[in-house]
Design a protein around this ligand. Structure first.
Ligand code: ARG
Length: 460
């Protein structure tokens, strides 16, 4: 009991289970580096404004650095009775350097301290996330480049719709991830604001220089309002929301990879090192990585709901509820980083089965719209053309023939404007090449789009 920094006004010791129940050190110790960085900046600021002497500052800074090394070497004994990472480190500082250590907390509260720690931590993690999203985008661009002209069936309702190029399909994922990247970069601006100086809730009576601390820690600015500074967790909710959208994208991507690697589709091979086997069925090669990514999406959505609900009824300013922000946030970061890493690593391993995709595109009348457009070019109204081609498809279904396999005579039963040039539009190559505009699936457009994406990435 005696070792608690706040023990002064208490006469009875903390109930043993209350101590365990209220402690956060078990999970917030991962903030130690950022906690120490924040404390060093705070000590320097206090010396800058004359609240600490330069000698005191140096003693504190050296002590904090030594503690950081102890922690990194695994030589720091974390104590539950010291509640959280902040009080553990502060208590150890005083053990190490004596009474000067007790001056570090001048003009500061754990409320502005923890808000600062989380923001410092998130800045680092968000940069890693952005780098991983970029690496995944680059992997997809590599695939898109190799497979710019590879033809596959495009789907709506999971039914064969029109032929597309595999490169074009990969670039759809690239667009989603570019938006995710933009969202992360945007959220970063709201993370990169310094709460320190708000103290418990109202500010402090010391002549602090918050801009000095912000510069020391590389923050773009300081939180304008002390009550908001200590109680705002919008930035965490925003990140988990952005992470949820990102995971939604990875989950959709996973779903396709799982389908495509099945024997029924057989469009891709995910590579042995990214699959696992079955303990009973010797033939199995399971797409566990995409399945787990799809599964983990649910828990990230859960964390978003946790954080929104955590904040919904909190009066100003800090409440202990906020301690519950950490586990959802940390779990989100750990899992999203893991998913991104695996996906970025997996991209170069994906083997594309061009022949199977081509065959699948040939089945399912995927050039029916091309035939209708051909009739329109010959003067038929689109609705009539649609009807004519519908009949030709019906004939194809009954006679087990694709449109491109029908003879000219067979096709001419449905319309007398059909001429021998029809076969150019009935080929898969002709179909994709004809969609030759920005955003279209033509191989030429895929190559041009890849170049534009690379420029967009460079300009970020
Ligand atoms: N462990 C606390 C948290 O995570 C730190 C702030 C505690 N402040 C307080 N007044 N009890 O939020």
């Amino acid at each position: 009991q005696t070792d608690k920094p706040w023990a002064g006004r208490f006469t009875a010791p903390t109930d043993a289970f209350v101590e365990v129940f209220t402690a956060s050190v078990g999970f917030d110790k991962r903030l130690y580096k950022h906690d120490i960085a924040g404390s060093i900046a705070h000590a320097r600021m206090l010396a800058h404004v004359g609240v600490l002497s330069e000698a005191e500052r140096d003693t504190i800074v050296d002590g904090l650095r030594a503690i950081e090394q102890d922690i990194e070497r695994g030589e720091f004994a974390w104590s539950t009775s010291l509640e959280d990472v902040h009080m553990n480190i502060e208590a150890r500082l005083t053990d190490r350097i004596g009474d000067i250590g007790k001056k570090l907390h001048t003009g500061r509260s754990r409320n502005d301290q923890v808000a600062t720690d989380i923001r410092l931590y998130l800045r680092d993690e968000m940069q890693v996330m952005q780098a991983e999203v970029t690496r995944l985008i680059e992997g997809l661009l590599g695939l898109a480049e190799e497979e710019a002209g590879t033809i596959m069936p495009g789907f709506t309702h999971l039914q064969t719709a029109q032929p597309v190029t595999f490169g074009h399909h990969m670039l759809a994922w690239v667009e989603m991830l570019l938006r995710d990247l933009a969202r992360l970069r945007d959220a970063y601006q709201r993370v990169n604001v310094l709460p320190l100086g708000a103290a418990a809730l109202a500010g402090t009576t010391y002549p602090i220089d918050r801009l000095f601390t912000a510069r020391e820690l590389g923050f773009a600015g300081v939180a304008e309002n002390s009550l908001d500074a200590v109680s705002d967790r919008d930035f965490a909710i925003e990140l988990v929301s952005d992470a949820s959208v990102l995971m939604m994208h990875l989950s959709r991507f996973s779903e396709e990879l799982i389908l495509w690697s099945s024997a029924q589709f057989d469009f891709v091979d995910l590579g042995d090192s990214f699959c696992t086997g079955s303990s009973i069925m010797p033939q199995k090669k399971n797409p566990d990585v995409p399945e787990l990514v799809r599964g983990k999406t649910g828990r990230i959505y859960g964390h978003l709901m946790s954080l929104l609900t955590l904040m919904k009824a909190q009066p100003l300013a800090y409440n202990k509820d906020n301690q519950e922000d950490k586990e959802p946030l940390f779990d989100t970061i750990d899992n999203v980083k893991g998913c991104l890493k695996l996906y970025a690593d997996m991209m170069p391993q994906i083997q594309v089965k061009r022949d199977n995709m081509y065959e699948a595109a040939r089945r399912g009348f995927s050039t029916a719209t091309d035939l209708a457009d051909y009739l329109v070019r010959k003067g038929v109204a689109f609705r009539d053309a649609h009807e004519i081609v519908g009949k030709a498809v019906r004939y194809g279904v009954d006679n087990d023939k694709d449109l491109s396999e029908m003879s000219l005579d067979e096709l001419q039963q449905f319309s007398n404007v059909i001429e021998p040039d029809v076969f150019e539009v009935l080929t898969l190559e002709g179909s994709v090449a004809a969609r030759n505009h920005i955003g279209g699936t033509a191989p030429e457009q895929v190559r041009a789009a890849i170049i534009r994406v690379r420029t967009r990435l460079e300009q970020l």
